[in-house]
Write a protein that binds this ligand. Sequence first.
Ligand code: HEC
Length: 193
Amino acid sequence: MMSAAYKKLLFIVFALGASVVLLITLALYDVIKIEWISFMEVQASYKPMEAPLAVATSSIPIEGAAYIGGVGDIPNPIPADNISIERGRLLYSVTCIQCHGPDHDGKGNVGVALVNPPADLTSSKVQGKSDGSIFLTITNGVIGKTTVNGVSVDQIRMPALNENLTVRDRWDMVNFIRSLQAAADSATPTPQP
Ligand code: HEC
């Protein structure tokens, strides 16, 4: 025969075991809410009414087709009319003049201080480039190479300006740069025989 004390102990052990099983069951069936780490709703995310997470820079084209280098030449969709050239001229005086200068020759206040001088935009080297190529230069800047402690590293020679200028702005800028060539041509006296 079991002693009364032993019976009592057995009962307590059984009762404890049963409650643990009951608790686990309730938790598993979400009657008792436990935020298991694996639940999607407790993972890092934004909830309704919270500000959406910032999207990685340049990951979504918001102005139509995005232009990528190395995919062939891109045609200029903006006619080089007076409005476009004037817009380009105004944008130039805000975004480019510091480096490329008021005379577009690369001798701006900042430009003259650069080890790697800005391009002369009226030069035949720049004017000989296609519209698409100039567009991509404004979009992506110019990345060169330099050597630091014997190691070759990227060097930003001209910053990418795609975040400061819309696609339309950049084409207006291309049209403006082109107009410099046209002005230079008409300023050059026609050689007389
Ligand atoms: C921080 C100075 C800086 C600013 C601002 C800047 N540039 Fe430049 N740009 C440079 C330098 C430096 C180079 C020469 C890079 C090289 O080829 O070494 C250059 C080169 C260029 C070239 C020739 C690229 C080639 O392929 O040879 C064009 C076109 C040009 N810039 C247009 C612009 C326009 C348009 C703007 C304004 C939207 C602008 N840049 C703003 C510094 C600047």
